[in-house]
Design a protein around this ligand. Structure first.
Ligand code: PGA
Length: 256
């Protein structure tokens, strides 16, 4: 069975009130009533405080996820939330390794690997973000950076777990900027990711890892960022704050 395509909305730290989030859910529900995806999963990752609202809304065709977890299961870790807690609320996905977490919260390869393991152990699907900076790209270090990030994250992960990992290629310079790589540049990185995984795992298990593109995705850019380089879906930031837009993106991908 071929795996479904996947469109993930990363709402980041938005919106700022529960009232606005309820309005968002209302609009999303209306958009989804008009659409029925066959080959595509739509996942929304709101701030954790709104997760229950999303789960309880039970919008047909919409799955839920979070943007981060702490790697320990439970205990004296003030302010933190574990993957098991999120799973128990009904979430199915968790983003890990996002460039904003690497930048603002000092998350390195070791931390990302711990979080990835905790996510998989809890039964959630992990959405691992990797990507190079513009400086690294200019210095032709993209391949090395991607390889290193994958090696660090996948350290100690058994092949049987791979079907629960989605890898999102998010060039740091394309996140939140409106700058975009060409389809060929995305395709080149897709090949680098496949080759790096092939150095670690048997071919059969690698097939199960879905590869997404993320960074300034909009509905009119789905062809360039997803369809042309034959990615398995997209990770969407800003545009996911507009239900009409994220559903439109999923619709385009589902129809291809
Ligand atoms: P963007 O964010 O779509 O706003 O560029 C993407 C992301 O951070 O996942």
């Amino acid at each position: 069975m071929t795996q479904k395509k996947i469109v993930i909305g990363n709402m980041k730290m938005n919106p700022v009130s529960v009232v606005e989030f309820e309005r968002y859910l209302d609009m999303l529900g209306k958009e989804m009533k008009k659409n029925d995806f066959e080959k595509t999963e739509l996942v929304i990752c709101p701030p954790e405080v709104y997760l229950t609202k999303l789960v309880d809304e039970k919008i047909s065709g919409v799955k839920s996820g979070v943007q981060d977890i702490f790697w320990e299961h439970q205990g004296a870790f003030t302010g933190e939330v574990s993957a098991a807690m999120v799973k128990s609320l009904g979430a199915g996905f968790c983003i890990v390794g996002h460039s904003e977490r690497r930048k603002y919260f000092g998350e390195n390869g070791e931390i990302i690997s711990l979080k990835l393991k905790a996510i998989l152990k809890s039964g959630l699907t992990a959405v691992l973000c990797i990507g190079e900076s513009m400086e690294e790209r200019k210095r032709e270090q993209t391949s090395g950076v991607i390889k290193k990030q994958l090696k660090e994250a996948f350290d100690g992960i058994a092949p049987g777990r791979l079907e629960h990992i989605v890898v999102a290629y998010e060039p740091i310079w394309a996140v939140g900027t409106d700058k975009l790589p060409t389809s060929d540049e995305i395709l080149e990185v897709k090949i680098i990711i496949k080759k790096s995984l092939a150095e670690m795992y048997p071919a059969k298990s690698i097939e199960k890892v879905r590869l997404l593109y993320g960074g300034s995705v909009k509905s009119n850019l789905v062809e360039q960022t997803c369809l042309d380089p034959a990615m398995d879906g997209v990770l969407v930031g800003r545009e996911s704050l507009m239900p009409y837009e994220i559903v439109k993106i999923a619709k385009i991908i589902d129809g291809n």
